[in-house]
Design a protein around this ligand. Structure first.
Ligand code: HEM
Length: 384
């Protein structure tokens, strides 16, 4: 049995995960009620073997709040639910349809911020960008980004409550019902109607998947963008290099995603007795895949605790998972973070971290800094 605690995994997971990986890469963690897998190889093996390690289990709290969706199904049912939305999130489609609106949104945010000279980049840029882009990507024209944030917050809080052993609270059911109403309206035409027809899903099933898209698309993108902003502000020399050569932003982005993944671990349930990394796992056991652990596995990443934009294999991380549940929003998430960095660097001359200690990244599953305070030369800043 391992002594790594819940609190250690929130405050300083990387040290605890490195100790676990060295001692026993598949470890029973009493505090988390399941196995924690910490090597890249074993994490990838679990994620790509959905027959042995499934998401389809009644304990899965997201399913209890928003119903069955691609996130909580495996096999043909999973493929069907995913097929409704997959075409809309392909790289080409995302770039063709969302790159311009994203650029305009960020430019207008930056123009509003420029005279201020200081701001928290998480609340002023990362959250509104993630929410606005999900509203556009899903074609939920009748709903404001603020409303989506409100429903999303209620759903996540309900999921957290259920994870801790409670019943689904009424505010969670309420938020889901209101989202379902909005999805029903959006199904009248456009992308939402096409998606529903593609998979033959009724409004209930569409709403479950839209809820998962919102949860996946807002919290993780907001977190990953905030983490990237923090890494950037902490490295003024690198910021200067990216200003000079914008192509470097892609390497920076991958390293930021690897170094501190916005979703730290993923849950699976063993469907049969199986041996993994010399441990005997029993059918029904909870198996938690540590993305944060896999991303700092020294067998895959040289000097894993170094933030190094020149590493040879920057995108071998598992931040967007692997296998059938590989993140649907990879291209949108990367586009958002890359564009946000380039627009802010252009629009806010002298952008730098506000005085004081660099904000720490916290959270058990979803990880982000609470705030990312930044300053710049406010008076002269304008965006052409
Ligand atoms: C940097 C930001 C993001 C990160 C780190 C991230 C991470 C992940 C991870 C780790 C999974 C796998 C979950 C599992 O296997 O249990 C996942 C799945 C998913 N993500 Fe993302 N995500 C991000 C952004 C987005 C965005 C912008 C969207 C919206 C389009 C999105 C939509 C989804 C969906 C729908 C799934 C479920 C796919 C399935 O089960 O087949 N994600 N994401």
């Amino acid at each position: 049995m391992s002594s790594v605690s819940f609190d250690q995994l929130v405050a300083d997971p990387h040290r605890a995960l490195a100790a676990l990986r060295e001692a026993t890469p598949v470890a029973w963690l009493e505090d988390l009620g399941g196995w924690m897998v910490t090597t890249h190889e074993l994490c990838a093996r679990v994620l790509t073997d959905a027959e042995t390690f499934t998401v389809d289990d009644e304990r899965f709290s997201t399913r209890r709040v928003v119903g069955s969706s691609m996130l909580s199904l495996d096999g043909p049912a999973h493929a069907l639910h995913r097929s409704a939305f997959a075409p809309d999130f392909r790289r080409r489609h995302v770039h063709d349809r969302l790159e311009d609106p994203l650029g305009e949104l960020l430019a207008s945010l930056a123009t509003r911020l420029a005279p201020l000279g200081e701001v928290d980049l998480r609340s002023a840029v990362a959250l509104p960008t993630a929410a606005e882009m999900m509203q556009r990507a899903l074609g939920l024209d009748g709903v404001s980004a603020e409303r989506l944030i409100e429903w999303n917050t209620a759903l996540i809080s309900a999921i957290d409550g259920v994870t801790e052993g409670g019943d689904v609270p009424s505010y969670g059911t309420d938020a889901f019902e209101r989202l379902k109403g909005a999805v029903g309206e959006a199904m009248g035409d456009g992308a939402m109607r096409d998606a529903a027809e593609r998979a033959g899903l009724p409004v209930e099933g569409m709403a479950s998947n839209v809820a998962v898209l919102l949860i996946g698309g807002i919290v993780t993108s907001e977190g990953a963008m905030s983490i990237a902003f923090r890494h950037l502000l902490d490295r003024p020399a690198l910021m200067g290099e990216i200003r000079q050569d914008s192509k470097l932003v892609d390497r920076f982005l991958e390293e930021s995603l690897r170094y501190e993944p916005a979703a730290a671990f993923l849950d699976r349930y063993a469907t049969r007795d199986v041996v993994l990394g010399n441990q005997s796992i029993t059918a029904g056991d909870l198996v938690r895949v540590s993305i944060a652990g896999a991303n700092r596995d020294p067998l895959v990443f040289e000097q894993p605790n170094l933030f190094d934009v020149s590493r040879a294999n920057p995108s071998d991380h598992l931040t967007f998972a692997r296998g059938p549940h590989t993140c649907l929003g990879i291209h949108l998430a990367k586009l958002e973070i890359r564009t946000a960095i380039l627009v802010l660097l252009r629009a806010l001359p002298g952008l730098s971290a506000a005085p004081g200690p660099s904000p720490s990244v916290g959270g058990l599953i979803f990880r982000a800094p609470d705030q990312v305070p930044a300053i710049w030369a406010g008076d002269s800043a304008t965006l052409s």
